[in-house]
Structures are given as C-alpha cells and as structure tokens.
Design a protein around this ligand. Structure first.
Ligand SMILES: Cc1ncc(COP(=O)(O)O)c(C=O)c1O
Length: 384
C-alpha cells in the first residue's frame, strides 16, 4: 500500500521497539547457547545468565520473586497453564467472567466438557464484575477464580484489589489476565493477593512468541507442556532466551509519562468523536479505562464497513479483539455489557501505542467522520 499509514490496532499487537531488537541481538548471534548447557560450558552459562537477568527484571516490575515467574510462548499459553494447571492439580469448581479473552473462556469450556463445573459471571453495562456477585458465586468446592485485569476490547479495568481480596478471604486461588495492563496500569503482587498473572511481551512493543505466568510461591500447579525440566520443571521445552531478553527490555522501556501521553491521545479520540459525530456510544468505562484504548459504536453502520474504508485510507483499527475478528459473530464482550447485535457490529476499537502521535489521532478522527457520514447516507440500517 502507498501513502500515509496509521496503525491503531496495538491491542492486537505492537511494532517491536528497535531498542528491544538491539537487546536481543547478542542472544541470537553471540550468546546463542541454551540455559540447560550451563553445566557443560561457559556459553551455556552466559545464556543462562541472560535468561535469569530477564526473569529478575520482569518479576521486579510486578513485585514478584524471580522464582515465581515462568516464561511461556505468550498469553494464551500462560492462561492455559494457569487454569488447567490449577484445576487439574486441585479438582473442583471454577469461576470466570463472561467477557474474558478466548484464552480463558475456551479453556473454561474445555474443562467444562471434561466434567469440571464452571460458573460464568456476568458484567454490568460498563464491563465490571460485581464483587457481591463473586461472593455469592464462590462455593465450598471453588478452587479458582479467573477475572481479567482489563478487557481487550472495551478497556474496562476491574477492581482487581477487591476481587482478589474476596478470593483471598475465601481461600480460593485467583488468576488475572494482565495482557493489556502490565506496565500500563499498576499491579503489585506484594500488595494485591493475586496468585497467578498472565503477561505478554508483544502488547508492549516486545517480541511476539514470548510471555510469562506469575505463580505465587506454593500455588499447586500441574505442568501442561511435557519435555525437559526447564522453567522450574513447570514448562518443558527450549527456553526462548532472545525473546525473554527482549521482553525484559520492553518492560524497562515503558515509562509513566508514556502512559500519561497515551491517556491524552485516547481522550482526544473519545472527546472529538463524541463532540463531532452524532449517534455514537462509548463502550466500557470512561474513568476505569486502559490508557491505550478507545472503543466506540457508530450507530446505523457496520464496524466492518468502517474498518474496510479506513483501511483503504491507510488506517488500521479493528472491530473487536484480534482473536475475535476472524469470525463474523457479534462480539461476546459488547453483548456481555448488554449491547445488541447492531451495537456490537458497529463498534470500532482504536488501540494506541508508543509510536502514535497527536497528528495521527486527528487524521484518524477526520477520516472516520467522513467515512461514517458517507456510510450513514447509504446505510440500509437507517435511523428508523
Ligand atoms: C486479554 C488477552 N489475553 C490473551 C490473549 C492471547 O494472547 P496471545 O495470542 O498473544 O497468546 C489475547 C489476545 O489478543 C488477549 O487480548
């Protein structure tokens, strides 16, 4: 494609930062041995040191000990390991929210088919789980509760402290998917009693194919990936050391002023769209919202048509999560917050990253204004 290109689909994945590549390069071309060779030769030792340094610095950002951090291939694997690992080690009842990413939701359904009992918690119109409803749903045999830190589509940030506190009091394990919040929204496992946290690198300008699962010391977990004894014997298979080093660099590069800047850009999108385009609805909470997410329904038009027209103008946004957009079904998240099919299909997600600018935000809003106006003129959905 020629001409201007604006990428605002950073929740699906981000452009890797050049500094991340620089940090990874030595582990691709010089220190390319594997950690398991640390007892055989010095090249194994330097590879192992790189892996452990990365583990230490990622763990520190979460308030965790290095020994509580298991590297995985990404968020989907981390959530699979957390949920299947805990349920298979304990057996019993599982609770998840209705608007989780498929990595959690499909894992819960698979366990249900295998005979486990699962409860699905509804959310309110902004996407919040009601803490009282969680209290009422916890049973004597509840083993694990899995509720995301923030939603992948509508950006709503849960009151994780309250939800984890309830589980702690009930002596139930608590897992949270922090794919979109890690480094963007504070989460300190020393202060908040979460037992397992899913993390990913590619949502924060790190490499694809690397993530981690925080597992609080003493949490019973059944290994899911058989192989060698890597990752404290919790995940067999060769460690992705360049990936882990890149992940650690990506974490180091996210600073608070970047998060403040993203929040300003996000608010520019929301404010301009709401002021300048009639018949729009902001999906998710205005206050408790990811700094990098704006999700808006443009009534009387299809989100698919908007994204196609924006794509022709070089703009990349999405109508839902990356995991969702291959299907033409209505988004389970928008339906979960009480939306109907029209609202779900007319929703557009703008997700920001380090490389977006104010000029790009204005370019996107100017274009969406034009596109929505034209589409409404020919829309069969009509105002009536
Ligand atoms: C909240 C959340 N969790 C998990 C995943 C799965 O991540 P991955 O496919 O990178 O493993 C996604 C993917 O978009 C997501 O948005």
């Amino acid at each position: 494609m020629q001409g201007k290109r604006v990428y605002m689909d950073n929740a699906a994945s981000t452009r890797m930062d050049e500094k991340v590549l620089e940090a990874m390069e030595p582990y691709l071309f010089e220190k390319y041995s594997v950690a398991t060779s640390e007892f055989g030769h010095s090249m194994g030792i330097e590879a192992k040191e790189g892996l452990e340094e990365a583990r230490k610095s990622i763990a520190k950002r979460l308030g965790a000990a290095p020994g509580e951090m298991i590297f995985t291939s990404g968020s989907a694997e981390s959530s699979n390991l957390a949920i299947k690992g805990v349920m298979e080690a304990n057996k019993g009842h599982l609770i998840v929210s209705d608007i989780e990413d498929f990595a959690v939701l499909h894992t819960a359904r698979t366990l249900e088919k295998a005979g486990y009992e699962v409860s699905y918690l509804p959310v309110d119109e902004e996407g919040f789980v009601d803490p009282d409803e969680l209290v009422d749903t916890i049973r004597d045999d509840t083993v694990l509760v899995s509720i995301q830190h923030a939603n992948q589509e509508i950006g709503t940030i849960q009151d994780i402290s309250a939800l984890a506190g309830i589980c702690d009091e009930a002596e139930v394990l608590f897992h949270t998917d922090a794919t979109h919040t890690f480094t963007r929204v504070p989460l300190d496992v020393e202060k908040i009693p979460v037992d397992l946290v899913t993390l990913s690198a590619h949502t924060i300008h790190g490499p694809k194919g690397i993530g981690a699962l925080y597992v609080r010391e003493g949490t019973p977990l059944k290994k899911q990936m058989e192989g060698g004894f890597q990752e404290f014997d919790m995940r067999g298979g060769l460690e992705n050391i360049p990936g882990a080093v890149g992940f650690s660099k990506a974490v180091e590069l996210v600073a608070e002023d970047e998060n403040r800047r993203l929040k300003e850009l996000r608010d520019m999108i929301i404010d301009r769209v709401q002021e300048e385009i009639p018949d729009t609805t902001l999906n998710g909470s205005r206050e408790q919202r990811l700094p990098q997410n704006a999700n808006i329904t443009f009534h009387y038009v299809e989100g698919e048509s908007i994204t196609l027209h924006l794509d022709m103008r070089g703009i990349a946004v999405s109508t839902g999560s990356a995991c969702f957009s291959r299907s033409l079904e209505a988004s389970h998240v928008i339906m979960g917050i009480g939306g109907d099919h029209e609202r779900a299909h007319g929703s557009v997600r703008f997700s920001l990253g380090r490389f977006n600018t104010e000029e790009e935000v204005n370019y996107v809003v100017d274009n969406i204004k034009e596109v929505v106006k034209r589409l409404r003129e020919i829309s069969p959905l009509g105002k009536e």
